[in-house]
Design a protein around this ligand. Structure first.
Ligand SMILES: Nc1ncnc2c1ncn2[C@@H]1O[C@H](COP(=O)(O)OP(=O)(O)OP(=O)(O)O)[C@@H](O)[C@H]1O
Length: 257
């Protein structure tokens, strides 16, 4: 098991933001973390990356995450936060290269393995042609892809990505999901939060659905993303169609409450 979360609870300003969440992620899996705004997705991801205090246990690759050093954690989990604005003048290649820091001793230069990881991350995110540009001068979607590349370059067993598809054009959304699928191999896995139901249904092995800090359901996309459940969790009416390329889910309106 790559990630094992047991009885995770988080309380912020006396408000229980996550309540008794248990889930595990095996090697090879892409897990889609879904739920309405405020459901607790970012909080769960931040807790998994040890950026958030919590109650419960989080085990990464058999090791209790709470007892790991920051550097050891950075070799196990790459975390892509939701906010993705680049505030400094740095080239794209140098920024993506920051993903290699956990593997380098202070003051040493990039080795062949580092350069290969950076090139792979640039390729997977379709940012190779941007490598020599100043990252802060890129468009919003380009900056988002570059920051995804930085996390990919970390080559960790687990990638935790908070809404990496937001702001991307449709082609780059598909490229991103293909890249996440490619990253999930026998040794690696991905936890990704998404608001696009079709992307989640088509590209994720499993959906974990949060609702008001609780685990509403988890399982295969077709089992979880049903009209009834989407109505009760998101308050939407949804047109669902099974096509040759997979499930398509289009929200068509709001449920009258
Ligand atoms: N510091 C804080 N103090 C109090 N409540 C907080 C704090 N940070 C977050 N929250 C609350 O925790 C809940 C979960 O927030 P979180 O960001 O995890 O949701 P989310 O599912 O990622 O939402 P979104 O889809 O909007 O990104 C929200 O109700 C939010 O208002």
């Amino acid at each position: 098991m790559i990630l094992d979360i047991r009885k995770l609870s988080v309380t912020l300003s006396r408000h229980k933001v996550l309540d008794d969440i248990s889930l595990d992620i095996a090697a090879g899996e892409v897990i889609g973390l879904l739920g309405p705004n405020g459901a607790g997705k970012s909080t769960l991801m931040r807790a998994a990356a040890q950026l958030q205090d919590y109650d419960g246990t989080i085990v990464v690759e058999g090791r209790n995450a709470a007892s790991l050093s920051a550097n050891a954690m950075a070799r196990l989990i790459a975390y892509l936060p939701q906010t993705r604005t680049i505030g400094w003048r740095i080239t794209v290649r140098d920024l993506v290269g920051l993903g290699r820091l956990p593997f380098r001793s202070y003051g040493t230069s990039l080795n062949q393995g580092d350069r290969e990881a950076i090139d792979m991350a640039l390729r997977l995110t379709d940012t190779t042609h941007l490598a020599d540009r100043i990252a802060s001068e890129l468009s919003g979607g380009e900056q988002a892809r570059v920051l995804t590349a930085r996390a990919v370059a970390q080559t960790t067993p687990l990638l935790v990505a908070d809404e990496p598809a937001s702001g991307l054009d449709p082609a780059h959304q598909i490229l991103l999901m293909q890249a996440l699928r490619r990253l999930a191999t026998q040794k690696r896995a991905v936890l990704v939060s998404l608001h696009d139901l079709t992307l989640a249904a088509r590209w994720c092995d499993r959906i974990v659905l949060l609702d008001q800090g609780r685990l509403a359901a988890q399982g295969r996309p077709a089992e979880i993303l049903t009209r009834e459940r989407l109505a009760s969790v998101y308050g939407i009416q949804t047109h669902i169609e099974q096509t040759e390329s997979g499930l398509i889910l289009s929200p068509t309106g709001l449920v009258e409450r």
